[in-house]
Design a protein around this ligand. Structure first.
Ligand code: GZL
Length: 364
């Protein structure tokens, strides 16, 4: 629906408007034809149709968007965490018909292959915009070039891509490297408070999905601070894929392997919840001052509740509510206005000192 408003008359200045009109006409003909075929066939054969076959033959057509709606294809990487589910809710709550959008939303179940398939589907349907949360940073150049060749603007949301930045219009997300640095800076101050600035500190890390910009950024940020502390020892790290189950599994393995863990860094709350379960199962008293220091990311409601209980010691926020910003950016582009190349979400660091002030307004 992008195009130039010549006064109030909407021209077809690009082929998309004319294509949309042509597309609708073709779809309506198919729908009528299908309905007629089914009706005719069922009359002729009078045998009960194999419902499965009928349903499989019947082309389920998306409800046609009104011409004045902005058609957006959104590929969400999965639903692996509370954070991700909150991000999806934010996108769906912002890109509504009332707000001028026709949203086609796809859940890729955490595989890049599914995301690329979905994006190619959006291209073939000639949506007005494509937006997606890339599961990992690499492997997007080809499909982004296909979208560019189809003259469909692309907006990256949440995680980042390592592709040529001319292949997408803008990125809306979080400063993962700063999140990692914030965690390291907090740990340095905490150890100073405990009089342990010069003690040997054994650290293990539960990483997010390997190769995602969340995992890369948080690791680089935290490691940058670690490098300034020769007494901090990174005992081990493993990929917990941002899930509770995997977090519990790898934490159990670390507890069998090491008996002197001082700090556990979990790159999201879902893995922290799993790690805490593993520690409880191993008989660790999570309310004792002797327990390992637990650092987490996302600052979900459950994460903040665990901060208030003293189980998680610090939770570095990663804000999932990027829907309104996405809606605003697309409306700006619809008006032909320039948009920035990057939009960063506001983020806080939560400890026992401030978590209670924020926990009740957590949407996830
Ligand atoms: C961060 C986001 C991460 C969250 C996890 O921007 O990509 O993915 O930290 C989520 O909870 O799975």
């Amino acid at each position: 629906m992008t195009g130039l408003n010549k006064g109030n008359i909407k021209l077809f200045p690009d082929n998309k408007g004319w294509n949309a009109c042509k597309r609708n006409a073709v779809k309506k003909a198919i729908a009528l034809g299908t309905a007629f075929t089914l009706l005719t066939a069922s009359c002729i054969s009078c045998s009960p149709f194999n419902v499965e076959e009928t349903s499989s033959n019947m082309q389920i057509l998306e409800p046609e968007p009104a011409e004045n709606l902005i058609r957006v294809g959104f590929s969400q990487l999965g639903s692996e965490s509370k954070w991700r589910r909150a991000n999806s809710i934010s996108i769906k709550d912002a890109l509504t018909v009332d707000n001028g959008f026709f949203l086609q939303f796809n859940n890729a179940r955490q595989t890049q292959e599914n995301q690329i398939k979905a994006i190619r589907g959006f291209i073939s349907q000639q949506v007005d915009y494509i937006a997606f949360c890339p599961v990992t940073e690499d492997g997007w150049d080809t499909v982004l070039r296909e979208a560019k060749d189809a003259d469909i603007p692309v907006i990256i949301v949440d995680r980042q891509v390592s592709a040529d930045s001319s292949l997408y219009t803008t990125w809306i997300g979080e400063n993962m490297r700063q999140e990692g640095e914030n965690a390291g800076i907090w740990l340095s101050k905490k150890l100073e408070e405990l009089g342990k600035s010069h003690d040997k500190i054994n650290i293990i890390e539960l990483l997010g999905t390997r190769g995602s910009s969340s995992q890369i950024g948080r690791s680089i940020g935290f490691d940058t601070v670690c490098d300034k502390h020769q007494n901090w020892v990174l005992l081990d790290r493993d990929d917990g894929d941002f899930t509770t189950a995997k977090g519990q599994e790898i934490m159990s393995g670390f507890l069998e392997k090491y008996d002197d863990i001082d700090v556990v860094v979990c790159q999201n709350d879902d893995m922290a919840i799993g790690a805490v379960q593993a520690m409880q199962d191993a008989g660790i008293d999570l309310y004792s001052d002797e327990k390992p220091i637990i650092i987490s990311f996302d600052a979900s409601r459950q994460g903040l509740e665990m901060v208030m209980q003293g189980i998680i010691d610090v939770d570095v926020e990663c804000n999932p509510a990027s829907g309104p910003q996405l809606s605003e950016v697309i409306h700006e582009m619809e008006q032909g206005n320039q948009v920035a190349k990057a939009y960063f979400m506001n983020e806080e660091v939560f400890t026992r000192d401030n978590a209670s002030r924020f926990v009740d307004d957590r949407s996830y």
